[in-house]
Design a protein around this ligand. Structure first.
Ligand code: DP6
Length: 394
């Protein structure tokens, strides 16, 4: 009956939010970037993907590989997912060739089942956690010995930002310069424990309609923006160096300034794209004004905003400044039906500052949910399985 055995491996993987942004591909097929980037991995207590990878000789070959995502069958025929699965299989096949006693898992269909612990509709970077979890789960299933950096080269082909979700803490994706992409991978700049006080407040801003996807948006920027050239040759290399230093020294003021400047620079290249791309809206800009007001009142930089390819604001701050940062938003949002405030003690926070009326009104009218989280750990294996021992979805 051994050929009937269902092999399973489960892992969780985190979301990451960049403080030096990846924006631009130099090779769309291999998903190689025009610049390096750096991110903070967010705690999986609040945002994570759980993925079980399973395979068995008993799964009918006609079924092929499949993915059930948040309860619904998901199309995995796309080139990116196929590239990930092909590379993982090839590595398993190499192990099997070297050791004929190993079961031929590389020849069995894969059943993948995946769930996010946060609403997909929130427009958060679910593809990063998703591809990182997929690659990590299959690598565990296949008992691959590859390091997280090696695996990051596979995840990168699923979604660029996913390569950074293979690590916890503070993570860099080095662009590399080889044509075949073998040196374009992620590494850990610092563990979460190096600077555990880092917090993130995510303001989920509802967008009227879905904007331009990052993949196509960045291609348009590369093709049409003049400003973009300066970003990749000068701005980002400088930001990477200052950011790595700021993290090493736990210098929040420097960390914050680079985070905000880099987000501004990225969105400036979007505005310089022809036709222009706008990801931020009035609510996003009100969040920027609020952060500026908070910092001004504090007399130092206690909060840093950053925006990805959508209107949500991610605000980094240190635990000690929770009152000034979270208190301000809590009070601005009071009366609005908002979920996500972490605990009751938040209600005891005195108002950090009171915001300009228009800024407060925009925030109150446009933020639909908040997520309070912190820097966190990388993927971890788990005994929670989304595929039962008999191979059916659990
Ligand atoms: C703005 O990783 O989603 O979030 O490689 O095409 O899948 P693809 O793009 P993706 O782009 C993320 C862009 C960003 C910045 C960042 O995360 O660094």
């Amino acid at each position: 009956m051994s050929s009937e055995k269902v092999y399973r491996a489960s892992t969780t993987a985190p979301v990451n939010i960049a403080v030096v942004k990846y924006w631009g591909k130099r090779d769309a097929k291999l998903n190689l970037p025009t610049n390096s980037s750096l991110s903070v991995t967010l705690s999986q207590d609040d945002l994570r993907t759980l993925t079980t990878a399973s395979c068995s000789a008993s799964f009918p070959a006609s079924e092929g590989d499949s993915l059930l995502l948040n309860g619904s069958p998901s199309d995995i025929s796309g080139a990116r997912t196929q590239a990930c699965l092909r590379e993982l299989r090839a590595r398993r096949a190499a192990l099997e060739a070297a050791d004929p006693s190993l079961p031929k898992l590389s020849t069995y269909p894969l059943r993948l089942v995946s769930e996010n612990n946060f609403p997909t509709a929130a427009g958060l970077a679910s593809s990063a956690a998703g591809f990182a979890a997929l690659v990590r789960a299959v690598a565990n299933l296949y008992e691959l010995k590859d390091t997280p950096s090696e695996l990051s080269k596979i995840a990168r082909q699923g979604s660029g930002s996913a390569c950074r979700s293979l690590f916890g803490g503070y993570v860099a994706w080095r662009m590399g310069d080889k044509e075949d992409g073998t040196d374009s991978m992620a590494d850990q700049v610092a563990e979460a424990a190096h600077w555990p006080e880092m917090r993130a407040l995510i303001l989920v801003v509802s967008a009227a309609k879905k904007g331009v996807s990052s993949s196509s948006g960045m291609q348009q920027t590369v093709a049409t923006s003049g400003l973009f050239q300066q970003r990749i040759t000068t701005v980002v290399p400088e930001n990477m160096a200052i950011m790595e230093n700021a993290i090493a020294e736990r210098d929040f003021e420097k960390f914050a300034e680079v985070t905000m400047r880099d987000s501004n620079s990225f969105h400036a290249t979007c505005a310089d794209t022809y036709p222009p791309i706008f990801y931020m809206n009035d609510v996003s800009r009100a969040a920027i004004r609020a952060v500026e007001a908070i910092n001004e009142k504090a007399g130092r930089t206690v909060a840093a905003y950053t925006f990805d390819a959508g209107p949500n604001a991610v605000i980094y701050y240190l635990e000690k400044d929770t009152e000034a940062v979270v208190g301000t938003f809590y009070h601005a949002l009071q009366g609005a039906d908002i979920t996500g405030w972490k605990n009751e003690s938040i209600k005891e926070l005195k108002c950090g500052i009171s915001l300009d009326e228009n800024v407060a009104a925009l925030i109150k009218g446009g933020v639909s949910r908040v997520i309070m989280t912190s820097v966190g750990e990388g993927p971890a294996p788990t005994e929670e399985f989304l595929v039962a021992e008999d191979g059916t979805p659990a």
